[in-house]
Design a protein around this ligand. Structure first.
Ligand SMILES: [Zn+2]
Length: 180
């Protein structure tokens, strides 16, 4: 099912926008578009007609963050995600992400941070110079953390601590509003 047109755009910073599902849309996470060359989209929960990302980076393999991957592949995008989460949702990524991988464009330099717990191969994306943290469903600010199975709780807590230590200027979460 197409998710096109079920979204609104919020301009967060000059080169950073967030596409958010509207209330009647199928469940989907926030999608962040990082303008530049190459252009980068973080998470693919929505089919966004007005953008043509060159690279789509995925925080984790849940469908509300991945369901539009085929749509962007068709538009010519390269998909970047970890091997573990890609396998869990049947994707073969062109860019296989690891802890410490760096993906950059003309405006942003993004470092991949492994944050296992919400999913086994989940990652966050950190733009250190601008203090931007894309935390997926691992951390929603403060003490709000993602869901997890009981045995994964210690891992998730550790991952959240790692992200808190970055002390981001702008926290871009996988769902809900961004916080400064
Ligand atoms: Zn989600």
């Amino acid at each position: 099912m197409s998710t096109a047109s079920f979204y609104t755009k919020q301009q967060l910073e000059p080169d950073l926008s967030c596409y958010v599902q509207t209330e009647h849309a199928p469940l989907s996470g926030n999608c962040y578009f990082l303008a530049g060359t190459p252009s980068i989209l973080i998470d693919a929960g929505l089919e966004i007609e007005e953008i043509q990302p060159d690279i789509v980076l995925i925080t984790h393999g849940h469908f509300d963050h991945t369901q539009a991957i085929p749509y962007y592949v068709k538009k010519g995008a390269k998909i970047g995600m970890t091997a573990v989460d890609a396998q869990s949702c049947g994707i073969t990524p062109e860019l296989v992400l690891h802890d410490g991988s760096v993906v950059s464009n003309s405006n942003f330099t993004i470092r991949v941070i492994a944050v296992p717990g919400h999913t086994q191969g989940g990652v966050a994306f950190y733009e250190g110079k601008q203090g931007l943290l894309f935390s997926g469903d691992t951390w929603f600010g403060g003490d709000n953390i993602g869901c997890h199975s009981p045995q994964d709780r210690p891992k998730l807590i550790q991952s959240v601590q790692k992200l808190k230590a970055l002390n981001p200027r702008l926290l871009c979460t996988g769902h809900g509003a961004q916080s400064f």
